[in-house]
Design a protein around this ligand. Structure first.
Ligand code: DX5
Ligand code: ZN
Length: 220
């Protein structure tokens, strides 16, 4: 079976104790860090920017998956790559010239990602799927943690899996929003490779155990 990944979202961490929470993830069974950047324009919320991202990557010891919820993301691809991003995901809805932006991300030496809002059909990526290392299917409307998972996500995973196979691509499927131990197994079974989880992990009593349990959902 192909490898499956758990990516805790730092959006739900305690920003006053960022280093502590990052060290917790470093020492956990999690595979990646998921870092949400919001600009208050593409989404109705602002998270944090470059100086905080730079502080984060001073401590992360795992793959850093950057999710840009910003307009014209090409403006900042180089900066995030230089500061330690391992993958950069841009929103389909935020890119007039997605093909070009994917080239820019690749040239920056990091993995390419494209996120789809809940209303955006999977087939919108048909012509560029071969250039994308990871598609992030948003299972909530982006902008906030702690929202309810949208059930139509399963249909989108199945459709995306078909597209990837049809085009002989190696693209990973990431799911972002409302992931818990109640849907993790079904998401992996349907074809997800990476599960992002924020509030479910950080608001739990024992985040290390919660991460371990999510990871177990990929194998049983
Ligand atoms: C939402 C962000 C998510 C968020 C997920 O816009 O992209 O990464 O942190 O949080 P939960 O797991 O709480 O839905
Ligand atoms: Zn995200």
């Amino acid at each position: 079976m192909s490898q499956k990944y758990i990516a805790p979202s730092l959006l739900a961490s305690d920003f006053a104790n960022l280093q502590r929470d990052i060290e917790m993830i470093n020492g956990s069974k999690a595979d990646w860090f998921h870092v949400d950047i919001m600009d208050g324009l593409f989404v109705p919320n602002i998270s944090f920017g470059m100086p905080v991202f730079e502080a984060i990557t001073r401590h992360t010891q795992k793959f850093v998956d950057v999710h840009l919820m910003i307009v014209d993301p090409d403006r900042f691809v180089e900066d995030f790559a230089k500061l330690g991003a391992n993958s950069i995901t841009v929103h389909y809805e935020a890119c007039t010239h997605l093909h070009r932006i994917l080239q820019v991300i690749k040239q920056a030496g990091v993995k390419t990602g494209v996120a789809l809002n809940p209303h955006t059909p999977v087939h919108a990526l048909r012509e560029v799927i071969g250039m994308i290392d990871m598609v992030c299917i948003m299972s909530v409307n982006p902008g906030f943690g702690g929202q309810t998972f949208i059930e139509n996500t399963y249909n989108k995973i199945a459709e995306l899996k078909e597209l990837i196979l049809a085009k002989n691509a190696t693209t990973l499927i990431e799911i972002d929003g409302g992931v818990t131990d109640l849907n993790a197994r079904k998401l992996f079974k349907t074809g997800a490779d990476v599960l992002v989880s924020g509030s479910f992990i950080f608001k739990s009593k024992d985040p290390l155990e919660t991460i371990e349990n999510l990871k177990l959902r990929s194998s049983k």
